[in-house]
Write a new protein. Structure first.
Length: 604
């Protein structure tokens, strides 16, 4: 703080200015000009005194508990407070509450009074000789305390200057997340005889072993006729997964920039080497946080959110804007990839909330605050390579390629109850068909729920697939420690065949539920149990169309998961857990796949 203030506190300039005003009736504007620099300094000190939580100030010095009412200084300051309305203390009966000595607290009150009187001199140009003498005596008696306070403010001012000079940005906040994961997938194996028998139960079907194993088996397919390097004709039944325990990691750096205070430009950098278990088992076994770009740091998010009105929040995305960024997935405890479910399936409805996304726009409309909201959006692929929003090629671009467009209603009839209903219209070009969000799949291109009409040996020549997706979700807090949630999803899908009015079609169904127990064993902990039916394809097409790719998943796959989130502190979370996939790829001839995980999440 400017040393001029402490010279002023010693009263000499103050008394001199006031005396001139009293004796000569000098022009107040001239005094104001002379005091302008001092006023700025005093105001700066006032600002520092107000650092921290603002508390209502009082104007009665009687509330100061540490100054005896019989002291001359107490009486003098009370007189100044009553006459000039200057600030003397806080309702908690201490001044700032952090100074251990009464004289320092009293000096702080005196300083506030001097500031107020200084302003009065500048504006009114009058001060009695008696008050001038009182101020002079008080300033002399508390000169040491005022000087000490000044030194502390000087130090604070210096530290603030260092922070201002070295801050990252005036508008950007950096936050990050790092994940360490130890996991293993085991079990599995293919009962080829059982799979073939189930498929051949369809009358008049001439499906070959190669077609069956390609679409329903699990393992590592090296080619149309090889599984794990062996010819299908010689494939050994009940082959266990030949897999190892792995250690992987992922890091995300989010740069959140605000230009107006209520907006956000999200830029995310991400890299990792967490394995995709779909490569060696089935997509149903995938982790909810897998990513593997060999730590080549990529930009995975680039979108902007802003308040269009008091009740409308708009989104515009160039890259990485997803349906779940705009829509409410109604699964608050397990949604996050870093701190939520361990499996990909249990995070959110895979049929409705996983589709073509990345670039586009959307909005959230608060119809009735805290009760009723409407969300809607239009998203297309990010635009990587020759496809997506950034591609000028025919059948691509922002409006002529794969897209997801829809709306959602979110209703909170009770404070603890949230219900959502969602509709999404989806179109996928032939090279991007994925209707299950990579949560179920066979060896080559995924199972029928993923690619109903263009899958491996069953491929039919479709130009694309359209679907109407409907989803419902609910989340209910039974009390502060127990929460239940669930979802259901449906899609009617149609393959588009050039020159054919009799397009193949079918339906996809899925559902899931979970229950979470909070603060179990430790505050901030969470035990969750989740499960559901993985996306399943159903069609009423006859056996004659089997070779064209339109027949049902053979059986039904289920996933069950359990996890326990244990916080070491506010920034480190350890989550051990496991999940099992029963009847993988909807075939009871496939052995159950188990995945065990220990995930450690660091947030900063």
């Amino acid at each position: 703080m400017n040393r001029l203030f402490w010279q002023t506190v010693k009263v000499t300039p103050l008394v001199f200015a006031a005396s001139l005003l009293a004796a000569n009736n000098a022009n107040a504007q001239s005094v104001s000009a002379e005091k302008e620099g001092v006023n700025q300094t005093l105001e700066q000190i006032n600002n520092y005194q107000r650092l921290g939580d603002d508390l209502p100030q009082v104007t009665n010095v009687n509330q100061l508990r540490d100054v005896s009412p019989t002291d001359w200084a107490y009486e003098a300051l009370r007189s100044l407070v009553d006459r000039y309305g200057c600030i003397a203390g806080f309702p908690n009966q201490t001044y700032r509450g952090s100074q251990p000595l009464t004289r320092y607290e009293f000096a702080a009150g005196l300083n506030s009074c001097l500031n107020q009187i200084e302003r009065l001199i500048a504006s009114q140009g009058s001060l009695s000789q008696q008050d001038i003498d009182t101020i002079n005596r008080l300033a002399q008696e508390f000169e040491a305390e005022l000087a000490t306070i000044g030194g502390r403010v000087d130090e604070l001012e210096s530290r603030t200057a260092v922070l201002e000079d070295n801050q990252f940005s005036t508008t950007t906040v950096l936050n990050g997340e790092a994940i360490f994961s130890i996991s293993d997938a085991f079990g599995g194996g293919v009962d080829l005889e059982s799979i073939t028998a189930d498929a051949l139960d369809i009358d008049d079907s001439d499906v070959t072993d190669a077609q069956i194993i390609t679409n329903f088996g699990i393992g590592d397919l090296d080619g149309d006729g090889d599984v794990d390097g062996d010819d299908i004709d010689e494939f050994e039944d009940e082959t266990e997964l030949d897999d190892e325990t792995v250690f992987g990691s992922r890091v995300r750096l989010n740069f959140d920039t605000s230009f107006f205070g209520d907006d956000r430009l999200r830029t995310r950098l991400e890299g990792g080497n967490i394995t995709d278990y779909g490569d060696v088992t089935t997509d149903s076994a995938r982790l909810g946080f897998d990513t593997n770009n060999d730590f080549n740091i990529d930009v995975t998010d680039l979108w902007y959110r802003f308040s269009a009105t008091d009740r409308v929040t708009a989104y515009v995305g160039a890259f990485g804007l997803d349906l779940d960024d705009i829509f409410n997935v109604t699964n608050p405890s397990l949604e996050s990839s870093g701190t939520g479910a361990l499996s990909r399936f249990s995070r959110r409805n895979p049929v409705v909330f996983r589709g073509n996304e990345g670039a586009g726009a959307g909005a959230q409309v608060e119809v009735i605050p805290d009760r009723l909201g409407i969300n809607f959006g239009y998203l297309t692929d990010n635009g990587e390579g020759d496809t997506g929003a950034s591609s000028p090629d025919e059948g691509e671009g922002l409006f002529n390629g794969s897209f997801s467009a829809g709306g959602q209603v979110v209703f909170n009839p009770l404070e603890r109850l949230e219900v959502s209903a969602t509709y999404v219209r989806n179109y996928q070009t032939a090279d991007e068909i994925n209707q299950s969000g990579s949560t179920v799949g066979g060896l080559l291109d995924g199972g029928f729920a993923t690619s109903p009409f263009g899958n491996g040996a069953f491929a039919v020549d479709v130009e694309g697939v359209t679907s109407n997706k409907i989803g419902a979700g609910v989340s209910f807090d039974l009390n502060d420690r127990i929460q239940i949630a669930g979802f259901g999803g449906y899609a009617d899908v149609e393959g588009l065949v050039a020159g054919d009015d009799n397009n193949p079609d079918g339906e996809i169904w899925t559902w899931g539920a979970n229950v979470s127990f909070f603060d179990l064993g430790k505050e901030g902990s969470q035990l969750s149990i989740a499960g559901g039916m993985l996306p399943k394809f159903i069609t009423d097409r006859g056996a004659e169309e089997v070779a064209a790719g339109a027949f049902d998943d053979l059986d039904t796959s289920y996933l069950v998961e359990a996890l326990y989130k244990f916080p070491l502190n506010d920034n480190i979370l350890i989550t051990p857990g496991a999940y099992a996939v029963f009847n993988p790829n909807h075939v009871d001839g496939n052995d159950t796949v188990y995945v065990g995980v220990v995930r450690t999440t660091f947030q900063f």
